[in-house]
Design a protein around this ligand. Structure first.
Ligand code: CO
Length: 136
């Protein structure tokens, strides 16, 4: 069972512009910024209470985020549910017939392990399962 919403991810076309918007309009500063090379995505984490807003921007049009922006424009992209044991959670979901985008965990930002659940198996919501690194 998920512990909490670790972050809410918003797809943006221009990461620098979105970061400036959140600083100027909402007064929220970025605490972490990272490019995930194998996904072709750049992400920025903005703390909001005990969760984060995650701004994601594509490194190129061929990425999933690039295709998302091209077809749907900017906006809500996914929710990330924090779990303690990601491999076991994936096994549980698979056993329940849930369609997974990632059958095995992969590396996300901040040293976390992540895996995505297909929105078609989840009433239209793209969910990222995320497990913090050991000791965090
Ligand atoms: Co995310």
């Amino acid at each position: 069972m998920p512990n909490k919403i670790e972050h809410v991810a918003l797809a943006v076309a221009d990461l620098d512009a979105a970061i400036a918007h959140y600083r100027e309009v909402w007064g929220i500063e970025v605490t972490h910024r990272e490019t995930i090379e194998d996904q072709g995505v750049e992400e920025a984490m903005l703390p909001l209470g005990d969760t984060f807003l995650q701004l994601i921007a594509p490194a190129n049009d061929e990425t999933t985020v690039g295709r998302f922006l091209a077809s749907r424009g900017e906006g809500l992209h996914h929710l990330a549910y924090e779990v303690d044991d990601l491999p076991r959670t994936l096994e549980d979901l698979k056993a329940k017939g849930v369609r997974l985008i990632d059958e095995v965990p992969r590396r996300g930002g901040r040293g976390h392990l992540v895996a995505f659940v297909h929105p078609k198996s989840n009433h239209g919501l793209l969910v990222e399962l995320i497990q913090a690194p050991e000791g965090k």
